[in-house]
Design a protein around this ligand. Structure first.
Ligand code: GTP
Ligand code: SPV
Ligand code: MN
Length: 580
């Protein structure tokens, strides 16, 4: 196979000249190709079958132990002007970045096969979708891209019709952390990644294209590319509302997107549209509509069990790639909090011993096609997307942030989004559990200056008066013993219900300086046996803590200097003044 698109053919040729692969394979995205790649990887020893009776068509990949997460300190936005990348990004001049990368790529595919992977982010027939081509020397990337995107012939056809595509070049290199970079060139719609095989660093359709490059395009074209799940909440009467929610990495998007309602609400239903990325466009009626650019889930394994997330648990019993989990004696995948079986081997392939840490890496992942999810929405493939009623921001905060609150307006909601801060997780290398600012859960993913990003968000209230309501949630409040105060998971449905009632004007709320909070009876928790004092603390705010928070947040906003939109400053002033 080759292509009618001259630019693509020429680029593939140039890359081959630079990287000097043994052979070039154009991927068609077929099931046969997937099976072939799986066999090849088994021969090469990079993939092993799991117990085929309990887990048909499931495989285990153990990565290099130093290549298990995103590397934010090695991720760059390379714009001609440094200010366009902003203080929220690492920056390198494009020419310098390219010279560095070309040095690394020189002959790097010697003896390897180069795969050309055309993919489409979003339903192939959607006007909102965008295509890309990833060139990679990693069979692991190819099989993951097959599950995560609309990959192969149809995507290539669309590229040939449309003419435009994002260029992503990836090589696993030597997996040396000192020779590892993820570079983005938003002005040229291109990506260069070297030295890592890990998801967010190597599956270039995902964070690199669908967030960093797409956020840049979205700003130019008047839409939004966000780190958000999309779900449909269907009431017993059959009315469905769609919610998009942004939480930082490993803070509960996949779980919320496939939530199973508790017994008491069994006539309610959650439909999954997406679990990680949403592209939001405004339609002719001024309604925001969302599509999920992805076609699969690259989800956090630990913590997934039949009780916390039965949908996800069942979805990964077949046709799944596991990365960096442990295994049981009879070769089933095992991870912490699986609540079933015992580990025999750990994620490094060594015999399991409790002294040498968890059996599964805390950022171990499953890769599975979205169609394996029994709650996958029939509208997930709709070219026009779904209308969004509510946008939710959230973070992982032991204290401070209440269970839920509602913004007083869109502009105030933008302030709330910009104010997201969260404890760091194992999804990125570095310290875990320290609070850091993560506006809109996009700190690692916004492909341009946050000040310009907030201006862009604020511009939406000038375009329509039909915008979704904005909320903030925190499932992760803890007591001094480190126990979670809120049961979370399925019970989060109660909070979603409150939001939808608020959207319809049907629920009470208490006005506070930071926004509207539920009244004591506003959310039904009577059967949850939550201590009344605990419930009170979940739905109230501590003014002293919030004054300190607003002061820290103000300093953070100031660090963006003159580019910070005046409207955001005003919103910040108003909340600070209300706190007194
Ligand atoms: P990325 O894929 O990294 O973007 O993560 P995500 O936001 O999709 O997070 P995910 O749903 O995979 O959850 C991450 C971890 O948080 C898992 O270990 C979950 O078990 C845990 N978690 C999710 N929801 C809740 C909740 O409501 N309460 C508590 N206590 N933990 C939760
Ligand atoms: C995240 O880290 O937010 C993820 C996993 O969803 S990765 O695809 O690696 O970015
Ligand atoms: Mn994510």
């Amino acid at each position: 196979m080759t292509t009618k698109n001259q630019a693509l053919a020429a680029w593939v040729q140039d890359v081959a000249t630079l990287t000097r692969p043994q052979s070039i394979v154009w991927c068609d995205g077929s099931d046969e190709e997937y099976d072939r790649m799986v066999s090849l990887m088994q021969e090469q020893g990079t993939l092993s079958p799991l117990n085929s009776e309990t887990h048909p068509n499931c495989y285990l990949h153990l990565s290099d132990p130093q290549d298990v997460a995103r590397v934010e300190h090695l991720t760059y936005i390379c714009t001609s002007e440094e200010e366009d990348a902003g203080a929220n990004n690492n920056w390198l001049a494009p020419e310098e970045a390219k010279a560095k990368m070309e040095g690394l790529y020189d002959g790097c595919m010697d003896g390897r096969t180069m795969y050309v992977v055309p993919y489409c982010m979003g339903p192939v027939k959607s006007p909102y979708s965008r295509c890309g081509v990833e060139i990679t020397d990693s069979p692991y990337v190819v099989i993951n891209m097959k599950l995560m995107t609309r990959m192969g012939t149809l995507a290539l056809k669309r590229i040939e019709q449309e003419g435009s595509f994002v260029k992503g070049l990836h090589s696993t290199g030597e997996l040396d952390p000192n020779r590892r970079f993820i570079m983005h060139f938003p002005e040229e719609l291109s990506i260069m990644s070297y030295g890592s095989g890990y998801g967010g660093n190597a599956l270039l359709g995902k964070k690199c294209h669908a967030l960093r490059i797409a956020s840049w395009q979205a700003r130019k074209e008047g839409w939004l590319a966000e780190h958000m799940l999309i779900l449909g909440l269907e009431s017993p009467e059959g009315e469905t509302h769609y919610i998009a929610a942004a939480f930082p990495s490993a803070c509960g998007k996949t779980n919320l997107a496939m939530l199973i309602p508790p017994e008491k609400y069994k006539d309610w239903k959650i439909w999954t549209l997406g679990d990680d990325i949403a592209w939001l466009h405004m339609d002719d009626q001024g309604q925001l509509r969302a599509i999920n650019p992805e076609a699969g889930y690259f989800g956090v394994v630990p913590g997934t069990n039949a009780k916390t997330n039965r949908n996800a648990y069942e979805m990964i019993q077949q046709n799944t790639i596991f990365t960096n989990v442990g295994t049981t004696a009879d070769n089933q995948p095992w991870w912490e909090d699986k609540k079933q079986g015992e580990p025999a081997s750990d994620w490094k392939g060594n015999p399991y011993s409790s002294e040498s840490g968890p059996a599964a890496h805390p950022n171990s992942r499953f890769t599975v096609s979205a169609t394996e999810n029994t709650a996958y929405s029939s509208l997930a493939e709709a070219p026009e997307g779904v209308p969004i009623s509510a946008i939710v921001f959230g973070g992982r905060r032991k204290e401070l942030a209440p269970l839920v609150y509602e913004a007083k307006s869109w502009d105030h909601g933008v302030l709330i989004g910009a104010g997201v801060a969260s404890e760091t997780t194992a999804a990125a290398t570095g310290q875990v559990g320290v609070v850091r600012r993560d506006p809109m859960a996009m700190k690692p993913f916004c492909g341009y200056n946050f000040a310009d990003y907030w201006s862009h968000w604020l511009s939406f209230s000038e375009r329509t008066d039909n915008l979704p309501k904005i909320f903030h949630v925190n499932w992760f409040r803890q007591n001094d013993d480190g126990d979670f105060l809120w049961p979370g998971f399925g019970e989060n449905l109660r909070v979603l219900q409150w939001m939808i009632q608020r959207c319809k004007g049907d629920a009470d709320a208490v006005e506070t300086a930071i926004g509207y909070l539920p009244s004591e009876q506003g959310i039904d928790v009577a059967d949850l046996n939550i201590d009344p004092d605990v419930w009170q603390s979940l739905i109230s705010i501590n003014d002293d803590q919030w004054r300190q928070e607003m002061s820290d947040f103000g300093d953070y906003l100031d660090s963006f200097g003159d580019r910070l939109p005046e409207k955001l400053r005003e919103q910040h002033k108003a909340v600070s003044a209300a706190l007194g």
